[in-house]
Design a protein around this ligand. Structure first.
Ligand SMILES: NC(=O)c1ccc[n+]([C@@H]2O[C@H](COP(=O)([O-])OP(=O)(O)OC[C@H]3O[C@@H](n4cnc5c(N)ncnc54)[C@H](OP(=O)(O)O)[C@@H]3O)[C@@H](O)[C@H]2O)c1
Length: 338
């Protein structure tokens, strides 16, 4: 049985989801892939837990839940930061689930390059460094002969990157068009069904924990734009960065515009479009009853291909365990390639 030593850097919604998913699936993975998954380090913004014998996933979750930190993990808690962990801990795979930073890509950028240089495989859910340095990251992973996986960066649990690269690998992809942000889809869906104003619906979404306290990344289309960059690079082979995207968010959409559209059989959705010619995120009219007619926080994408025609995927774009499911898929794919 081969052992895989894992470092999880970032222990928020997704990091905790990864620990839970490993706890739930590790026996299954042992049996199916002859692989023993061992979390040897986990870190949040100011604390960590490290053990070469492996940390208990449920105890990690309990410690974080009860104290808000990992340093009180019995006997193995401490205060090493992500980079110190990569320098000091013996590990095989880095799971980077730190916050997205679209300005600098940090801390993910430095952590990922360091892991690559040390010959380690990396799995990430973080969009920031990919949206600004995709080409450099892929090139560095190749130079160091390591694997780099980022399925969960686009659409959380909605299968898209691995699906197109592996299952649709006989086809040329012409474009990808879809709803790539769950928060804005929720707001626009509620405005449509309730006839409510943008600001009231945003407030309601914040109360429900669907929109963040600072909703800018979602409502101004920044999050969806990062995803178009990742899709353009990984699926269409376009060398694009965040500044190449033409972005308009939903903050100017009025309830009047939505009800006018509704009368004519249309909906307003925030649509991301990826082709070799353009990268665009903007509110658009879509037909009621079409594949874009999805309520709530769901994500969808229609992949236009030469041989298979249009293929549409739908799935949960966010959520702790949902996003972790895509990370675990990446982890299994990394193990299978070893
Ligand atoms: N949530 C989703 O459904 C979802 C879906 C797809 C992709 N993503 C992406 O996944 C990543 C994580 O999302 P999330 O929802 O888990 O975010 P989150 O709940 O805000 O958690 C972020 C975690 O990173 C930790 N952190 C912050 N700065 C750090 C640093 N310098 N070094 C180490 N850890 C640091 C935080 O520490 P503290 O606990 O101490 O604050 C926290 O544990 C983001 O890049 C996000 O865009 C999220």
């Amino acid at each position: 049985m081969k052992e895989y030593k894992i470092c999880i850097i970032g222990f928020g919604a997704v990091g905790k989801g990864v620990a839970k998913a490993i706890s739930l699936k590790k026996d299954n993975i042992k049996e199916k892939y002859n692989a023993n998954l061992k979390i040897v380090a986990a870190a949040d913004s100011s604390s960590s837990a490290i053990s070469s014998d492996g940390l208990d996933e449920e105890l990690l979750l309990k410690t974080k839940e009860e104290t808000g930190k990992l340093e009180s993990y019995p006997n193995f808690g401490g205060n090493l930061n992500g980079m110190e962990i990569l320098n000091e801990v013996d590990y095989d795979i880095l799971i980077d689930v730190t916050p997205t930073n679209i300005e600098t890509g940090e801390p993910a950028l430095s952590l990922t390059l360091k892991a690559f240089e040390d010959g380690k495989d990396v799995i990430t859910s973080n969009k920031g460094h990919l949206a600004i340095k995709f080409k450099e990251l892929i090139a560095t992973a190749r130079e160091n002969n390591v694997q780099f996986k980022y399925e969960s960066t686009v659409g959380g649990a909605m299968p898209i990157i691995n699906f197109v690269q592996e299952t649709l690998n006989s086809c040329e992809v012409e474009s990808i068009i879809g709803i790539l942000n769950g928060t804005t889809n929720y707001i626009l869906s509620r405005m449509t069904t309730e006839g409510s104003s943008y600001i009231n619906t945003l407030n309601e979404s914040q109360e429900l924990g669907i929109a963040e306290t600072d909703p800018t990344q979602d409502v101004e289309g920044i999050d969806a734009a990062c995803k178009t960059v990742i899709l353009a690079n990984s699926i269409l082979g376009v060398d694009a960065v965040y500044s190449d995207v033409d972005v308009t968010g939903i903050s100017q959409i009025t309830s009047e515009a939505i009800s006018l559209a509704k009368k004519d059989g249309y909906l307003i959705k925030l649509i991301g479009e990826v082709s070799k010619e353009e990268l665009k995120v903007s509110p658009r009219l879509v037909k009621q009853g079409s594949q874009y007619d999805l309520n709530g926080t769901l994500n969808m994408a229609t992949v236009k291909t030469d041989l298979a025609g249009d293929v549409t995927v739908v799935g949960k774009g966010a959520g702790s365990l949902e996003t972790a499911s895509a990370i675990l898929t990446d982890l299994i794919n990394v193990i299978k390639m070893k």
